[in-house]
Design a protein around this ligand. Structure first.
Ligand code: ADP
Length: 457
């Protein structure tokens, strides 16, 4: 059924108004002329005709002003039209025909535009649905706007047919929702890895990025959920395996070491040529125990160890480490100088003790007989810095990038007969990472090495 167009009331009233004005003007004019030229008919008629013509021109001028504006605009649009359409319009003589042609063209372009938008939407849907990760977009009030099939299959389990779905009702995880809130409020991309979503019982790497309108204001966010459950589980199995093996091996090693020490203690009854063998058994059992101790520590830090942050007295901790290490390295003359601007820092006491112990132990192990170590702490840019400097042999630039790797030992170290497993610094790095901090190192060969720990406050 064709729809009848609405009656143009506005135009009708304007038209009637001008006609009324025109008629009144003509009546007044006729009256005045009758007054002036009451005896002479010819000038009376001429003046009347001139008056009517003038008032018609006057009224018509104001009537066509809106049309002029429209024609101006059309002229501008015309310059942007394709060549074939331009000619059609130029040859329109009548303004109303021109308007009609323009409207037809507009209709044609709107249709085309709609087709383009539809094709683009279909294409973006195909792209979205071919992404193997779950994807969702939300608006500023965290209502879901669009999602792909993976998101639908994994998170919209109830086949939610509601028009407006709250993200919080789907994810049901306050800390995850707070990441979305932070992204929207701070207009900042947010990434988190290995996030456990209870409702799915799965781990995800999640990337959330703000979306913007044409005025560049945040109007929502887009999130991608990459399922890493399998990787996380196999990593856990690896860590558990290392932890279990290390734990199981420590017990027989301790007894080997114990028996070796027992035999050493009763050395009188054992032939002299066996004494160095007993020493070797003792030393190597100790080395193996150290290695497995370090492996165990590393896997514990990597997996289950939850930080217990508390205000820690650095100077007390350093003095304890110093006395332990002095007892361990009896042949060395050790001097430790502290310059602690902020004596108390928030950290996990046990783990930070491990960090400082490993760094100071290395400085002593690899340093000269007369070793000087400086430990400095200060606040900088919302972070606590702890700097450990020594006057040891230094590390070449080539090796500096690798010293935090597991089992990496600087070339030539083992030839110097300095014991170690290459795990000390990777334990340090893991602990600092666990504190969401950073560790860096500067070193000059034959001058010394400086380790800088940066812990967020
Ligand atoms: P290791 O058990 O061999 O000491 P680490 O991970 O603690 O293992 O250290 C890795 C390597 O970095 C060491 O082999 C050593 O050569 C070098 N290194 C570490 N700290 C120092 C230091 N303070 N001075 C010189 N070299 C160092």
């Amino acid at each position: 059924m064709s729809r009848t167009s609405s009656f143009p009331w506005y135009y009708y009233i304007r038209s009637a108004r001008s006609r009324i004005f025109f008629s009144i003007t003509s009546i007044i004019l006729t009256y005045l002329i009758t007054e002036f030229y009451s005896h002479n008919a010819i000038p009376k008629i001429i003046t009347l005709i001139v008056g009517v013509i003038l008032s018609s021109f006057f009224v018509s001028y104001f009537r066509i002003i809106p049309l002029r504006k429209i024609l101006d605009r059309m002229e501008k649009i015309q310059t942007k039209l394709p060549q074939d359409k331009k000619i059609n319009i130029i040859y329109q003589r009548n303004e109303w025909d021109l308007l009609d042609e323009m409207l037809l063209l507009t209709e044609h372009y709107i249709g085309k535009q709609n087709e383009i938008v539809q094709t683009q939407t279909e294409q973006s849907n195909i792209i979205l649905n071919s992404i193997p990760d779950a994807m969702v977009t939300i608006d500023n009030s965290r209502k879901i706007k669009r999602f792909n099939t993976v998101f639908k299959e994994n998170f919209l389990v109830d086949d939610n047919k509601k028009k407006e779905i709250e993200l919080s009702s789907v994810l049901n995880n306050e800390s995850l929702i707070s990441l979305f809130r932070k992204c929207l409020q701070k207009n900042k991309k947010i990434r988190t890895s290995g996030f456990f979503i209870e409702t799915r019982n799965e781990f995800y790497d999640i990337a959330i990025a703000p979306t913007h309108n044409q005025q560049n204001e945040v109007n929502g966010a887009l999130a991608i959920f990459h399922n890493v459950t399998e990787a996380q589980l196999s990593e856990r199995m690896r860590v558990d395996f290392v932890a279990n093996v290390s734990h199981e091996i420590r017990t027989p090693l301790t007894s080997i070491k114990g028996y070796a020490q027992l035999l050493q203690a009763h050395g009188d009854g054992i032939p002299k040529e066996f004494h160095p063998i007993l020493d070797k058994i003792d030393i190597n059992a100790e080395r193996l125990k150290d290695l497995f101790d370090n492996l165990l520590k590393l896997s514990l830090i990597e997996s289950r160890y939850a930080l217990t942050l508390e205000d820690t007295d650095l100077s007390f901790m350093i003095s304890q480490i110093e006395s332990n290490l002095k007892a361990k390295h009896l042949k060395k003359k050790i001097k430790i100088k502290c310059d602690l601007e902020n004596e108390f820092i928030k950290c996990d006491v046990k783990l930070m003790e491990q960090v400082l112990n490993n760094l100071i132990d290395n400085a002593i192990k690899y340093g000269p007989k007369d070793i000087k170590i400086k430990i400095k702490s200060k606040k900088q840019d919302n972070a606590n810095l702890i700097i450990v400097t020594d006057n040891g042999p230094g590390i070449s630039e080539k090796e500096l990038n690798r010293i935090f790797e597991r089992f990496y030992r600087v070339q030539g170290t083992s030839k110097k007969n300095i014991e170690g497993s290459g795990l000390g610094l990777s334990i340090v790095k893991h602990i600092i990472n666990k504190h969401k901090g950073e560790i860096s190192v500067n070193s000059t060969l034959d001058e010394g090495t400086e380790f800088i720990i940066k812990l967020p406050i």
